[in-house]
Design a protein around this ligand. Structure first.
Ligand code: FES
Length: 78
């Protein structure tokens, strides 16, 4: 994914379907200093059930469009 594609997601986009965690909530947590996948999982519960929203590697069938890994990467580039 490229930064331009990332920017097309709305803040209310549901990144983690298991726990209904939105992009906005995750970006807020990153701003608060939860800036690793593990820290985001602890803070928001995102990624702690099926795990598909954690990274592209863990989402082999491409079920999720956006993953914690990419959000962390692009939030640092922004
Ligand atoms: S979609 Fe996030 S843990 Fe299942």
């Amino acid at each position: 994914m490229k930064l331009e594609e990332f920017k097309n997601f709305d803040l209310d986009y549901n990144v983690c379907e298991c726990f209904d965690v939105t992009l906005g909530e995750l970006l807020e947590a990153i701003e608060e200093g939860y800036n690793s996948i593990e820290a985001l999982m602890d803070r928001t519960d995102a990624g702690t059930a099926c795990g598909l929203c954690r990274s592209v590697e863990e989402d082999k069938d491409g079920d999720r469009e956006l993953h914690l890994e990419e959000i962390l990467k692009f939030s640092k580039e922004n």
